[in-house]
Design a protein. Structure first.
Length: 74
């Protein structure tokens, strides 16, 4: 994850809800919505990402705005 914390606080203090994408080796994507960095990392680590070849990334910026618009229109 490439999110940078501000004010020098550890990530465990960050309570901001975010969107994350999990990419499986077979190309399948899974979106996790409105979870904190701590919740995301806990859930991700419990999936055994290294053995399963999973990749985690935070969805942010214009991509996040587009995703929210698409969700609203469903």
């Amino acid at each position: 994850m490439k999110h940078e914390m501000n004010e020098g606080r550890p990530k465990s203090w960050d309570k901001t809800k975010r969107f994350y994408e999990i990419l499986y080796p077979n190309g399948k994507k899974e979106i996790w919505k409105d979870i904190t960095a701590r919740e995301c990392l806990t859930k991700y680590e419990n999936m055994d990402p290294h053995s399963n070849g999973l990749k985690l990334r935070e969805i942010e910026g214009k991509e996040l705005q587009l995703l929210k618009v698409m969700e609203k229109n469903k």
